[in-house]
Ligand binder design. Structure first.
Ligand code: BGC
Length: 740
């Protein structure tokens, strides 16, 4: 009996499999997922008319492009990116459409993710934001961004992963993989050299090849070759005189030629400026142009896009060969097959508690404790019975604003509410504004709903805050920048390194009023801190999204031991940054990167300037001791590997995580090289008293520089040093070795 039931089941299974495979065999090749993707692409292409193909290479609305309904090929729907899924907008307007079911989980800004130095956090970020995008039926997420932090004034630094190409490369790969596991393409942006917002639509960047390959390209290359990104977004700016979205050098020579990118190149919104170059220079999809061929600001101008009727005309006249169009359509079909037409992709989920807690976890791993004299933090609220929270950023909604990354969040916990949630029962929490930044904030028709109007003078506000601070046992100041134009916001840069709204004066006054003070900076950028020696503790809090306040509170009271480290240098003054020292920034439509490879800590090292806070710096509530670094051999063979080991011990009283960093120093070189460059890192968790051995294995790629004349990476035989430390300015151990 058992045998017969079993055989019956097997027969049934075979029958259903057989039926399935016959059904699949009867499908046209392009719909048959069992066939190789390239074959499906050619099949689909062969069925399409010229007009259907041209329709696919440009937008039909603000964020979508047509499919081929006749063939059952769906539309492409894109969404910003990179910190959450943007609210739905009208078909042809930037304004939000007023849907009631599009409130997302806002995740921490990418600077915070980079500050976690934790690849698992990056994978988690990709997974959850990918699930949100998938649920909202988007097949392209416009992010992550990996433009290098060249100047602290860049208004969009908060959307990127810091100043170091190695750190950004390691952190971008898992994000992409996590997103794409959902059948959603990550669209890595903005390729390339989009390092300032001032003049972003016209600035022409001149940079030598070595700097381009060593500093500005590696994260994109890792995204393409290791992350296997399915999409990339061209930048607004120009390089070698050509706009980046239609750039022979960047798109054809490097991206497709050298890196063998097989995904789709999407223009930045309005980044296309010329039909012929858009046709021949590697772009696949045109989005966001404002053109009727003559003017700016036309609505429903889609037929007049550079890659719409003007392209069709050239094709019909035979001036441009259909193969040029086919190249683009192949890439778009590949995108569609990988995403929308993958019947096995998961369904996603949106606005869930699980996503919110993932965001909180990432936030907690990215918050950086910059300074903590006399163990001022964590707040001991069994002693601190009255806590004064001061500062506008303690109450301000931060997910709205900043440009295209602005979000309609399901909810956002402010720092004040986070602190109250956590200790409101045990301690009295009082608040004073301290300064007034802006009264209200709206972006794309979406307002924070906050009216922060306050007509008092700066002095009145400071007085109120100081009087309150004097009555408290502990003061938490929450300030920094915000998402206003001219601060951490797209479209413009900051005017200075300094804090706005008289905050410097306020912080100094608070420091005098109460010695138990924690300064929490909410920003995506370095700021000047003329009061740095007056305050005992400083926390870098970033933009943390939905769970912002809860994450901050957990660090402030010590539920979470801070473990983030800075992904960029805080220069003591603007002049300590190469682009500023050399006076080239912001240029006037022309920008020459005269500082070359000496970006961030590479500049500080070269000139011996002491940053306010160094790249890789971050403290913990416990302490770590580094043992001697040892190597498994003395000489590294050309094609070999070498492993460095170091024991790290938690010498404090509580569990914590340390980010152990390996930098390489080329002792003697035929070309100028940075004093050291980050080549490996590991975040390790250690219980009180515990010791772990951290191992770093490198090969000669970690020793190489880009030789522009050879157009290749070169590692010169000779002496090198491996430097192991807790930050770029805190090298604890080193050891010499040779490349044979
Ligand atoms: C930004 C992109 C963004 C696009 C769509 C552009 O202005 O530069 O990063 O993805 O708009 O919103």
């Amino acid at each position: 009996m058992f045998r017969s039931v079993k055989s019956f089941l097997i027969l049934l299974l075979m029958g259903s499999l057989g039926a399935k495979s016959t059904a699949q065999e009867n499908l046209p090749i392009y719909l048959n997922e069992a066939k190789p993707i390239e074959q499906r692409i050619e099949d689909a292409l062969s069925r399409m008319t010229l007009e259907e193909k041209v329709a696919m290479v440009h937008a039909q609305s603000k964020f979508s492009s047509p499919g081929v309904p006749r063939l059952g090929i769906p539309e492409n729907w894109m969404t910003d990116g990179p910190h959450g899924i943007r609210a739905e907008v009208f078909w042809d307007k930037w304004d939000q459409a007023g849907w009631t079911n599009d409130s997302c989980i806002a995740f921490p800004a990418l600077t915070c993710l980079a500050a976690s130095w934790n690849k698992d956090m990056s994978a988690l970020y990709g997974k959850v934001i990918g699930e949100e995008a998938r649920y909202r039926n988007k097949n392209v997420l416009l992010g992550p961004g990996v433009n290098i932090y060249r100047t602290p004034l860049n208004g969009r630094n908060f959307e990127y992963m810091g100043e170091d190409p190695f750190l950004a490369s390691r952190m971008v790969v898992p994000y992409i993989q996590g997103v794409q596991a959902n059948g959603v393409a990550a669209c890595v942006k903005h390729f390339a050299l989009n390092n300032q917002e001032i003049d972003r639509h016209k600035v022409n960047v001149t940079v030598d090849d070595r700097t381009l390959y060593e500093i500005y390209l590696p994260a994109f290359k890792a995204a393409v070759q290791e992350g296997k990104a399915w999409a990339i977004m061209g930048a607004y700016n120009r390089y070698k005189g050509q706009w980046a979205c239609q750039n022979q050098f960047l798109l054809n020579d490097i991206l497709r030629g050298e890196w063998k990118f097989d995904g789709v190149v999407v223009s930045d919104w309005g980044g296309v400026n010329d039909t012929k170059q858009a046709i021949y220079h590697g772009l696949d999809m045109e989005f966001g142009s404002w053109t009727d061929g003559l003017t700016m600001g036309a609505s429903n101008a889609y037929d007049n896009y550079y890659l719409a009727n003007p392209f069709l005309k050239l094709l019909r006249s035979g001036e441009v060969k259909e193969e040029e169009l086919n190249k683009k359509v192949r890439n778009i079909l590949r995108l569609v097959f990988r995403t929308n037409m993958n019947t096995k992709r998961p369904y996603g989920s949106f606005g869930t508690a699980e996503h919110a807690s993932a965001g909180r976890k990432i936030a907690e791993e990215g918050i950086v404790l910059l300074k903590n004299n006399n163990n001022t933090l964590p707040i001991n609220f069994s002693k601190a019975k009255k806590i004064a929270v001061i500062g506008e950023n303690a109450i301000k909604v931060m997910t709205v604003g900043g440009g295209s990354s602005s979000l309609k969040a399901k909810y956002e916990i402010s720092p004040l509410d986070g602190i109250k949630n956590r200790i409101g029962k045990e301690a009295e929490v009082v608040f004073a504004r301290g300064y007034v930044g802006e009264k209200s904030k709206a972006q794309d028709g979406l307002s924070t709903g906050q009216n922060l109007a306050d007509n008092r003078s700066a002095d009145q506000l400071i007085k109120e805050a100081v009087d309150l601070a004097k009555t408290a046992d502990f003061v938490v100041f929450v300030g920094g920048l915000n998402k206003n134009d001219g601060q951490d916001s797209e479209g413009n840069d900051r005017k200075s390194l300094g804090l706005p709204y008289s905050q410097d004066k306020l912080i100094s006054a608070l420091a005098k009023a109460n010695k138990n003070l924690a300064v929490v900076m909410i920003s995506g950028n370095a700021v000047a801190m003329p009061w740095v020696n007056e305050v005992p503790s400083i926390v870098q809090g970033w933009y943390l999204g939905t769970e912002a306040g809860n994450a901050l509170a957990s660090v402030l009271v010590g539920d979470v031991n801070p473990s983030g480290k800075l992904p960029f240098t805080f220069p003591a003054k603007l002049d300590d940054n190469g682009a500023h020292k050399l006076g080239v920034y912001p240029g006037n439509g022309e920008q020459t990167y005269n500082e070359g490879i000496f970006v961030g800590y590479r500049w500080a090292d070269k000139h011996g300037t002491k940053p306010l806070f160094s790249f890789g710096h971050g403290l913990s509530y416990t302490s770590f001791e580094y043992g001697k670094v040892i190597a498994n051999k003395k000489d590294l063979a050309e094609d070999g590997k070498i492993t460095f080991s170091v024991e790290v011990k938690n010498t404090g009283k509580r569990e914590g995580q340390e980010i152990v960093q390996l930098y390489i120093n080329d002792v003697k070189s035929s070309v100028p090289r940075p004093v050291k460059e980050l080549k490996a890192f590991e975040k390790v968790s250690l219980k009180a008293g515990e010791t772990k051995t951290v191992k770093f294995t490198i090969d000669k790629t970690a020793l190489s520089f880009f030789d522009a004349a050879k157009h290749d990476w070169v590692a010169e035989p000779g002496d090198f040093r491996a430097l192991v430390g807790a930050s770029s300015a805190d090298i604890r151990q080193s050891i010499g070795f040779r490349l044979k």
